[in-house]
Design a protein around this ligand. Structure first.
Ligand code: MF3
Ligand code: CO
Length: 248
């Protein structure tokens, strides 16, 4: 069921989104060679709690940590552990929070120290894919326009987009009934309407788009073990355009 949101519900989603975005930014700044991913997880959770929110991921379908941390060939859903971040790693952080019953969900990929120019280009392109797709969001646009903005820029730059995972509706639950694929054709798909709220989350792979799930049941990696980057924002369709719910 598609749930359209009122202006006041959008304000609540924005409050949750801002907490998620601030947590992402500060945790991203803490990404450094030598730090353990479990330390980043604890740091993020302390920020979430200080803001009067709780992690949306902890316990979700049994997920064991507060945020997801996915390094290099890991695409999404990496579980924080004793693993230490190394110079040159690219580190995707995915932060979800619940504040006053509303969900915020945001992600970004951060460099640890100096990274290769190839990694740098992947990160930059993935972030631009997210920005371009957000720019497509307005009443009467189509979900295929959003998807195509991601796919076209990714493929022009020699990258592939993950097909097995998509963005999703967001509201009083983490995943509402709206699929936001990262590939598609302009002028096709769901017609966007005022009050729709959803997450756009491009996952770009340096190699093939195929992914596999590790034996921990969570961590998704690229099939060819090449690098992957993930950026996510939550947005609302509003009169005349888009309101970014995960703005700082
Ligand atoms: N941003 C991810 C998603 O929308 C977060 C889910 S991770 C989980 O699917 F740990 F909560 F499953
Ligand atoms: Co999400």
């Amino acid at each position: 069921m598609l749930i359209l949101k009122s202006a006041s519900e959008i304000a609540y989603l924005k409050a949750a989104g801002r907490i998620a975005a601030e947590t992402l930014k500060k945790t991203g700044e803490a990404v450094k060679p030598g730090i353990k991913t479990s330390e980043l997880d604890r740091f993020a959770n302390s920020l979430i709690e200080k803001a009067g929110a709780v992690s949306a991921f902890k316990g979700y379908r049994g997920y064991p940590a507060n945020i997801c941390i996915s390094i290099n060939e890991e695409v999404v859903h990496g579980i924080p552990s004793d693993r230490k971040i190394k110079e040159g790693d690219i580190v995707s952080l995915d932060v979800g929070v619940i504040k006053d019953g509303f969900f915020g969900d945001v992600a970004g990929t951060f460099p640890a120290g100096e990274i290769s120019s190839e990694a740098e280009k992947l990160l930059r392109t993935a972030e631009e894919c997210l920005e371009d797709s957000i720019a497509q969001v307005k009443p009467d646009a189509r979900m295929g326009d959003v998807a195509w903005a991601v796919q076209s820029k990714a493929e022009q730059n020699g990258y592939s987009v993950v097909r097995d995972f998509t963005g999703h509706g967001i509201g009083r639950s983490l995943h509402e009934d709206l699929q936001v694929p990262n590939f598609g054709k302009p002028g096709t798909g769901v017609r966007l309407r005022e009050g729709m709220t959803f997450c756009i989350e491009p996952m770009l792979n340096a190699g093939v788009y195929n992914v596999v799930v590790k034996s921990d049941g969570w961590t998704v990696t690229t099939k060819d073990k090449k690098l992957s980057a993930h950026f996510e924002a939550a947005v609302a369709v509003v009169k005349g355009g888009v309101d970014v719910l995960t703005a700082l």
